[in-house]
Design a protein around this ligand. Structure first.
Ligand SMILES: [Zn+2]
Length: 140
């Protein structure tokens, strides 16, 4: 017997689909297909980078445009209410980003940032660019 209702099942399915189309997934799937192997949310590094490439000593963060305030991005518009609350929140996020980047660089890692909006749409141009930037880490 089917214990999960049709509505419930379609909700579950859409959540799974949603997860697989998340911007971070788009990047991961592409890089994996290009032969890159990486650690996900690598706990051994400051800031637990979304993707870490030990061979290239390169850490990649996929930043949400809103939370990390992508400069000039339409997804980074400030909410019109609770202005002070949001500004404080954004300021702290940006400070944390800067601190984690500095900590990683002090350990000899390069830090690359991809914005979520860059990963939207079909065949985003950023994908081959990221592959090149990651490979540059080993050429030095
Ligand atoms: Zn953006």
């Amino acid at each position: 017997m089917d214990v999960v209702s049709t509505a419930k099942r379609s909700e579950i399915m859409s959540r799974i689909r949603g997860r697989n189309t998340r911007p971070e997934w788009v990047l991961r799937r592409y890089l994996f297909s290009q032969g890159f192997r990486y650690r996900i949310n690598y706990e051994a590094l400051p800031g637990h980078p979304d993707l870490a490439f030990p061979r290239y000593r390169t850490a990649v963060f996929v930043h949400g445009c809103f939370w990390h305030q992508h400069p000039g991005c339409k997804y980074a518009a400030h909410p019109k209410s609770n202005v002070e609350f949001w500004e404080e929140k954004f300021r702290r996020n940006q400070e944390r980003d800067a601190r984690k980047t500095a900590e990683l660089e002090a350990l000899g890692w390069r830090v690359l940032v991809v914005w979520e909006c860059e990963l939207k749409g079909k065949n985003p141009e950023i994908l081959p660019k990221m592959a090149r930037r990651i490979r540059e880490g080993i050429m030095k």
